[in-house]
Design a protein around this ligand. Structure first.
Ligand code: ASP
Length: 439
């Protein structure tokens, strides 16, 4: 049995947290490859080291004195080193970083040092080998992640190393310059390492015991999700779930490796399992509910639209020409509605409308803004009758007007459009009918 364990910033924010992590790793021989984030917040008023690095680099870039800010960052690491009683000095590394900041080595380099330094501490603490991610994770000239090259090099390297620490969040461009993933990208590194090492499980340790059925800011103390498929998670994450970076599922999914989200502060909790497939039923008919506010519906009407070949293509081309992504597209016989992100659409609204008129000669175009989309997701829906009925009667009882309904033939999710102001009440009502009143 082999595992990759990735620890998020809050799991490594202080020496105390490092000790919890050390215990977790030592408790299981299989935890052979460790991917750390940079130290995160120790409390809600604290600042993440990554943010400190961005701010410090901004001073360096402007040619200002950044020594005080760098000293604060150094102090954060020194506190961890002292707390762990390590015989380790990062003096040389900090001197080098200061030189590179003066040379304006770039934001990516600056931000990546958070993980780099934490990786050195972690390797020293555990007695594991340190592998600089810049030597094994590759991006092309355009900054695209090179999955296959990385996998070839990294898997060869890991074959020869029993136990290693590989810092998260960054890799290198062809000329050796450091490049980071987007924020939260250590999750992606963990997944890449898990694929390359062909492990049995990718454990992703954070400060919550996995995914909740819905956002705890909307429903108090919602139920946890024990097991969720990659497909279900895609439907939910793209609507705003924040526990795991969206791109983290792709490398492990290729190899059929499950992800287990675990809580560093409650390691005995089983957390959430993310799997390719399962015959285990979810506790409730639905697995999760997620959504987002701020959409706009562009309704296009034209008599005989259904028999006009190429109508949809022409309509979509206009949105593509203006670089606007489309969220959903429910249609009727003589109507189609295109849901777009309001913030993207607003600035280009008049050009898009003119383009649609020119290409389609519609009878009418109607706009409705301030809409929210809610995805109700669950593999259990396929086998259950009445799911949609329950959702809509719950919404009707809560006095919520449903503006749009979209269900794909996969029967994995139902998308509902409501007014922004009904968003929270709609999620509460759907949660209540499936989870609280388990009929
Ligand atoms: N430290 C980086 C961030 O704050 C990456 C990560 O934590 O995954 O976004």
């Amino acid at each position: 049995m082999k595992k990759v364990v990735k620890f998020g910033g809050s799991s490594l924010a202080s020496a105390e947290q490092f000790m919890k992590v050390g215990k977790i790793i030592q408790a299981d021989e299989a935890r052979r490859y460790v991917v750390p984030s940079a130290p995160g917040k120790r409390n809600s008023a604290d600042t993440k080291v990554t943010d400190m690095l961005y701010a410090t680099y901004a001073l360096a870039k402007d040619g200002k004195d950044f020594s005080k800010d760098m000293a604060f960052i150094k102090a954060r690491y020194q506190e961890i080193i002292n707390g762990l009683k390590l015989d380790l000095s990062l003096e040389k590394e900090f001197d080098e970083i200061a030189v590179n900041f003066k040379k304006k080595a770039g934001e990516n380099y600056a931000a990546s040092r958070g993980e780099y330094l934490n990786g050195i501490i972690m390797a020293n603490y555990l007695g594991y080998e340190f592998i600089d991610a810049a030597t094994v994770i590759f991006f092309d000239e355009d900054g695209n992640f090179m999955a296959e090259k990385t996998n070839d090099v990294l898997s060869e390297k890991l074959k020869k190393i029993e136990k290693a620490v590989i810092p998260g969040f960054y890799g290198a461009l062809p000329d050796g310059t450091v490049k980071t993933f987007s924020r939260g990208g250590s999750d992606v590194t963990g997944s890449i390492v898990a694929r390359a090492a062909k492990v049995d499980v990718y454990e992703n340790w954070t400060d919550v015991s996995g995914f909740m059925v819905c956002d705890p800011r909307i429903v108090d103390d919602p139920q946890a999700i024990d097991i969720i498929t990659y497909k279900e998670l895609r439907e939910l994450s793209y609507m705003g779930a924040s526990v795991l970076h969206e791109d983290a599922i792709f490398p492990v999914r290729k190899e059929g490796i499950p992800i287990n989200i675990k809580n560093t502060n409650a390691p005995e909790d089983s957390g959430t399992w993310i799997v390719e497939n399962t015959c285990q039923k979810s506790k409730y008919v639905i697995t999760g509910i997620a959504g987002k506010k701020g959409f706009c519906a562009v309704g296009i009407d034209k008599d005989m639209m259904n028999s006009e070949i190429g109508f949809c293509r022409k309509a979509l081309q206009v949105f593509e020409d203006y670089n606007i992504s489309i969220e959903h597209m429910p249609s009727g016989i003589d109507t189609m509605t295109v849901f777009v992100h309001q913030s993207e659409f607003e600035q280009k609204e008049q050009e898009v409308l003119a383009g649609l008129h020119k290409e389609l000669q519609p009878d009418m175009i109607e706009l409705e803004s301030d809409l929210a989309l809610i995805a109700v997701v669950g593999r259990g829906m396929k086998a259950t009758r009445g799911t949609a009925g329950r959702i809509f009667s719950a919404l009707a009882h809560a006095n919520i007007n449903v503006k749009m309904i979209d269900q794909g033939s996969s029967e994995l999710n139902i998308i509902i459009g409501v007014k922004n102001e009904d968003f929270e009440a709609a999620i509460k009502a759907i949660y209540a009918i499936f989870v609280e009143v388990q009929l």
